[in-house]
Each structure stands twice: as C-alpha cells, then as structure tokens.
Design a protein around this ligand. Structure first.
Ligand code: ADQ
Length: 504
C-alpha cells in the first residue's frame, strides 16, 4: 500500500479529450493471473460504460477513476485505448488512508446512510470531510488536465459532489454535468450534514444536475430554496406521464432551474437510468441460457415457484425483510415448503464497515433458521450465495425465476428489477417491487409492496402467485415494453442532449 497520493498541482492547460467521464471507479477491472501473477486489464461490463462507449470512442474520450487498489498505479501501467474498450483510462490513486476516510468514511458511512433516509445513523467526522475535499480536488485536477478546450465533462455520483465547482474554478471553458445515482433526501434530513452548504456549492458547479426520480429532484430544489437560492420550477415538465410507459422526450425532463451568483443557470432534471435492454434480452434467449435455465430448475428440485433475490449485500436492499416475509408465509401456512425454493445471491460489499457486517450476520441468521425449520436433507429451502456471479449466470437465474423479490427499503433506481423484466420477453414471471425504489415510478405494473410492513411483502408474494396467468402476463408485457424502449442509451442520450443545450 502506498501513502503517496497524486500530485495536487492545479492544472490549467487543456488536455486532449473532448468528452470526459469522472467516476469513483475506473471502467476497467484489473485481473491477476493466479499462476504467473501477471496483471492485465479488462473492460468493465457495466451498463454505464456500455452506454457511453460510443460517445467516448467518437470524442477521443477519457474515463477518470480510482483503479480499485490502494497500491499505486502509474499512468504507464494503464491499458491502451483498445484494451480498455475504446476509452482512455486515467487513474486517480487513493492511499489506504484516503480509502478509509473518503470512500468508506465520508462516502459510505456519512452520505450513503444520510441519502437513504437514515436506515442506519450517518457518522459525521471532520477528518473524513477534510479527506473527501482533498480527494475531490485530485479528481478535479485530473479532469482539468485531461479535458480539451470546451470539452464536456460528466461527473458521476455522491463520492464526487465537489468536483463540478472545483473543476470550473480551473477551467471555465468546459461544460459540466453531474448525475446522482442514489436518492437525494428531503431538506430536513439533508440539513443534518454539517457541510451541506459546501456540498451544494460544489455540485452547482455543474450546468445540468440529474436525478433518477421526481422526488429526488424536488428534494434537491426544496433544499436549495430553503437555503436561500433563487429556484424556479418548470411546471410543464412535472407531468408524470413521462415515466409511466411513455418514452421520455429527448429534451423534456428538466424540472427546475437555479440562478447562480456567477450569472450561470444550473438545470435540474429527472433522468431515470436503465440497462442495455437488448443485450439482456438477447442473453436471456440464447440457447445456452435456456439450457442452463432448465438445468438450474431441475437442480433446485423443480419447484412450483422459484423465488429469487439478487443484490449487493447492503442494508438498503431489504434482503432481511424479504427473508422474514418468506419465513412468515411458511410459519403461517400460507406457503407450503414443498412448493417453493428461494435463491438469494448477495454480492459482498463494503465489508469492513460495521453496519454491513451486521447486515450480513442478520441475513445469514434468518437463512439458516429457515433452512433449519423447513429444509430437507439435500434440499435447502433457501440457496444463499455470498459472492458475485458472471452476468450470464445472473441472467440465467432471472430467466428461471418465477417471482423476483426486489424489496429495497430505499434505492435510487434498482437495475436488478429492470434486468429481470428484460429477461422475460415472453411475459412469464412476476416482479415483487418495493415502492421505495426509483424503478417503482416506472414499473408500475409490478406487485408493489411496502417493505417496512412484513404483511405487505407477504401479500405481494401471494398475489404474484395467485393472480390469473393472463393478468400476470399483461403486467409483465407492459413492463417489458417500457424497459425495451427506455434503455440505458436513451438515458445517456437524454442527459447529454441537455448538456449540449446548456452549452448553446
Ligand atoms: P447498486 O446499489 O449497486 O447501484 P443496482 O441498481 O441494483 O444497485 O445494480 C446492481 C448491479 O449489480 C446489477 O446490474 C446486477 O446485475 C449486478 N449484480 C448484483 N449482484 C450481483 C452478483 N452477485 N453477481 C453479479 N452481478 C451482480 C447504484 C444505486 C442504484 C442505481 C444504480 C445505477 O444504488 O439505486 O440503480 O446505482 O444508477
């Protein structure tokens, strides 16, 4: 591990990239050959990079991010444009202390719980805040060095709130966008943050600021208004029909504007993120997926109903709540243990944080209790996996699943819900979906539930089982049509269209 961060010299000379993405993580993954120890890079499969790759390719684009290790990575260690899948990958190194204070601390133990409505108490620590500012400055410096004259720079997510203004301070020529991938809390909650003014000022360096939902955008505007900013809202754009089935207009999702002291106006908009729907659909219908699906159901004992959850192991995802609901259904006799099998895939996440360790312990306790009470030799009722799976396997699992359980207590969007829908082009399957996900504003035909209420989850599961096949199919078809049209390309294009307008 290194304790030597990158130089903090401020840059001013333009670089060469006309389009720059700034995100906490790079869009390439480093793999180590277990035998030779040789390091290599592979492009990340994520939806965001897939959607932006054509724009990056066409604009000599660059992606700035942390390489995912606290061992120092030199520019010369980075992959070529071709190895990185058509973009220049530019590292911002983090020391072990940066990782603890900026990433685990301020990002994930202060902002994450605050923005997810205090499911666990956020911690406010001045050293973490100092470190967050320092690391944001380094990301901004790297962006200032990389962006060409008049470039477009798109900053992603809560780890980098300060980058837009820090970048603008050095490079007034560039056009800056900011997108928040998690919910923005209501003004009362946000006010708790001791550094709320600085965080907002940093974000307002952007010309366009995007959120997944109307609620988050409204919370942001209300917060600004309460703190004395001059805010106006676009009443026409309030129309909820954008999000219910219809394709969002290319230019119609700006819901407010903020007049700033430097004479600029920042536009605030709603841009619900999505997935590479065509790719997921294709994968779900591939011959090998269909074969794997049949095999999987047989391996699981050919259950009448296969119930599945796929999540990062995070307390926001309501994994515990859904397990407790399944347990209640079994305990009360509403579900016959002979009829169901449940699969829960829970990817390890932020494992050094106490709240995450506790969430894991609670989940594993209930999994083992259900299996102890209802499993048979060679046939557990809940199959629990605590590691990532290749995406092809995840899609196979979606395709095999009768009832998908997405019961997040709070979630910006939730891509798992959309991936599941995209894997059921034939109208099979059913989605139980928490009202507190961004996805619920779009996938309104799901079996919606309130995850704070055990009975509400139970009832949604039972409805998904008991509703006539035809009604269930109609629901799934309607959601599938929505996801097919509103894909991640549409999301990226809509946001970039607004940025282009802002420049003009
Ligand atoms: P996340 O909180 O990570 O994202 P989500 O939107 O559900 O949540 O995306 C998770 C992704 O990881 C999905 O593409 C899923 O397929 C994949 N995944 C999950 N478990 C996996 C496993 N075990 N193996 C392999 N892949 C797995 C944040 C916000 C969300 C928001 C997204 C995008 O918290 O609210 O939807 O960003 O903006």
């Amino acid at each position: 591990m290194t304790d030597q961060p990158d130089s903090t010299d401020h840059a001013s000379a333009p670089g060469a990239a006309d389009f720059v993405v700034v995100a906490n993580r790079l869009a390439v993954d480093r793999a180590k050959d277990p035998k030779t120890g040789e390091q290599s890079w592979t492009p990340s499969p994520g939806g965001l990079v897939t959607a932006l790759r054509p724009v990056l390719r066409a604009n000599d684009g660059a992606w700035i991010g942390w390489p995912g290790t606290t061992d120092r990575v030199e520019d010369s260690d980075m992959p070529t444009v071709e190895e990185a899948g058509g973009l220049r990958a530019i590292p911002v190194n983090l020391t072990a202390k940066n990782f603890e204070q900026y990433y685990e601390g301020f990002s994930n133990a202060t902002l994450w719980p605050l923005y997810h409505d205090l499911i666990v108490p956020p911690r406010f620590d001045r050293d973490w805040w100092e470190c967050y500012q320092e690391v944001n400055q380094r990301f901004a410096d790297q962006a200032a060095r990389t962006a060409a004259q008049d470039a477009t720079v798109w900053v992603q997510d809560y780890q980098l709130h300060l980058v837009p203004q820090l970048l603008r301070d050095q490079r007034s020529d560039v056009c800056v966008g900011f997108f928040l991938h998690i919910p923005f809390p209501n003004p009362e909650l946000f006010r708790q943050l001791p550094w709320r003014d600085e965080l907002l000022k940093g974000t307002l360096g952007a010309d366009v600021i995007g959120f997944h939902t109307q609620d988050s955008a409204r919370n942001f505007l209300d917060t600004l208004r309460a703190l004395g900013y001059e805010v106006s809202t676009d009443d026409d754009a309030d129309a909820a029909e954008f999000f219910h089935g219809a394709r969002m207009p290319e230019d119609g999702c700006i819901v407010g504007r903020v007049a700033l002291e430097d004479g600029r106006t920042a536009k605030i908009g709603v841009f619900p993120i999505s997935i590479d729907s065509a790719q997921v659909q294709k994968q779900s219908m591939a011959a090998e997926t269909l074969a794997a699906t049949t095999q999987l159901r047989a391996q699981l004992g050919a259950p009448k109903y296969l119930l599945t959850g796929v999540d990062r192991l995070d307390y926001t995802k309501g994994i515990l709540h859904r397990l407790l609901a399944v347990e209640s259904l079994l305990d009360s006799g509403r579900l016959d243990p002979e009829d169901i099998v449940m699969v829960q895939v829970a990817t390890p996440s932020r494992e050094r944080l106490d709240d995450y360790r506790k969430a894991r312990e609670e989940v594993e306790k209930v999994v083992s209790r259900i299996n102890g009470n209802y499993g048979q030799l060679g046939r557990p009722l809940v199959h629990y996996i605590h590691h990532g799976l290749p995406f092809a396997q995840i899609v196979g699992l979606y395709a095999a699943t009768d009832i998908m359980l997405v019961t997040a207590i709070k979630d910006g969007m939730n891509l798992v819900a959309k991936e599941y829908v995209a894997s059921h082009a034939d109208g099979s399957g059913a989605l139980v979906l928490s009202e507190f996900t961004g996805a619920a504003t779009q996938l309104t035909q799901a079996y919606l539930c309130n995850p704070h209420d055990n009975q509400s989850i139970c009832d949604a599961i039972v409805r998904a089982m008991e509703e006539p096949n035809e009604t269930r199919r109609e629901r799934m078809k309607a959601m599938w049509e929505h996801v097919e049209v509103n894909d991640v390309n549409h999301w990226a294009n809509t946001f970039l269209h607004q940025l282009k307008e802002a420049r003009q």
